[in-house]
Design a protein around this ligand. Structure first.
Ligand SMILES: Cc1cc2nc3c(=O)[nH]c(=O)nc-3n(C[C@H](O)[C@H](O)[C@H](O)COP(=O)(O)O)c2cc1C
Length: 334
């Protein structure tokens, strides 16, 4: 049976008070504290990818802290284990956001379990494939977004293409969302809601290293690169640091040595998501091996020079750390 949720239904179906979603940020950045705070503020809180066991516990924590609210989980396809899918199905999460890849039958499997499935896309072709695969909705990512990129053009330029493909399905806009004027512009352009990553990274509840957050407050530039691509050589947007200054070319892309390491390490992602803290410990601005792991809370401040400082173009406009509740309020049109 074909069953998806037209735009008018999506906020009701997900019990959202406001059309604002927090992006699932992996590597430990977006955990239960952030997702629950966003959910309690009326938005869609999303758990980033961690191990399957940690994910199960995080879902339980969101449910305990934000009873009656929707729980969303971001599944990063390159690092997906069957265990992650089983956890989402068994826990009966409300939403899964699929990103950065495809897996045959996965959308159908999740939907059969009653889960609303969004797919993040950055091209018309990806949008067509997501819709053909049965997605309930799309997240249209622009190239200005923080973190890994499927986006290939400014979000508002891509939105009409995504809307045309989506038909009656809801499309949320990701990239360039820092305040309520951005949300209003996205809604006026036809989006059903917005997804913000960097704005929620800059909250008390995000599990990010504080020195990383301070870098965002002081940011005057982001770069699109593929440097932090050990095991996952996909383009991403970061703030510059010692590692990028040493190993990126003028156009932002990795120089030859790290580029080769990234290419040959691609198959490592088949091992799935694992605790890669020890790898980050080995990382240094002088050694051309750069994993995708961001500096989370509790890591030494000096690691901001060796790890990926994911941030979108909104970093240039965000000047403070607030509560997640305040961030939701700031993103909500009056
Ligand atoms: C720190 C950080 C980590 C991210 N991690 C993920 C992730 O694990 N999975 C994912 O689908 N998107 C991830 N993203 C991208 C977001 O889904 C979203 O597209 C992006 O944050 C939107 O742009 P903005 O940061 O300008 O709001 C990440 C973004 C940031 C800033």
């Amino acid at each position: 049976m074909v069953r998806w949720f037209p735009m008018v239904d999506v906020l009701d179906r997900l019990r959202l008070d406001v059309p604002v979603a927090q992006a699932g940020m992996g590597g430990g950045i977006a955990g239960a504290a952030l997702a629950a705070a966003v959910a309690n503020a009326g938005g869609l809180g999303t758990l980033g990818l961690v191990t399957a066991r940690q994910l199960r516990s995080a879902i339980d924590q969101v449910r305990a802290k934000a009873p009656g609210r929707a729980v969303a989980v971001n599944l990063l396809l390159p690092f997906l284990h069957r265990g992650h899918v089983d956890v989402c199905v068994r826990a009966g999460v409300d939403v899964v956001v699929l990103a950065f890849g495809e897996k045959r039958g996965l959308i159908g499997h999740l939907r059969d379990a009653g889960i609303v499935v969004f797919v993040m896309v950055g091209t018309r072709k990806q949008a067509l494939r997501a819709v053909a695969g049965g997605a309930d909705g799309l997240i249209a990512q622009g190239r200005e977004a923080g973190g890994h990129l499927v986006g290939t053009m400014p979000a508002l330029d891509f939105l009409p293409q995504a809307l045309a493909v989506a038909g009656q399905r809801p499309v949320f806009l990701a990239g360039g969302i820092a305040d309520r004027a951005d949300t209003s512009t996205a809604l006026a352009a036809g989006a059903s809601g917005v997804v913000a990553g960097t704005r929620f990274l800059m909250t008390d509840e995000a599990n990010a290293n504080r020195a990383y957050q301070r870098r965002i407050i002081n940011a005057d530039k982001t770069i699109e690169t593929n440097l932090f691509g050990f095991s996952w050589p996909l383009r991403h947007r970061v703030l510059p640091n010692d590692a990028t200054r040493r190993w990126c070319r003028d156009d932002g892309m990795a120089k030859a040595v790290p580029a080769v390491f990234n290419t040959v390490s691609g198959p490592l992602s088949l091992l799935g998501y694992f605790e890669a803290g020890p790898l980050l410990r080995l990382q240094s601005p002088g050694r051309p091996l750069f994993t995708p792991l961001p500096p989370v809370a509790g890591t030494p401040d000096s690691w901001v020079e060796r790890a990926a400082l994911y941030a979108g173009e909104t970093a240039l406009r965000i000047g403070e750390i607030t509560s997640a509740e305040q961030a939701v309020r700031d993103l909500t049109p009056e």
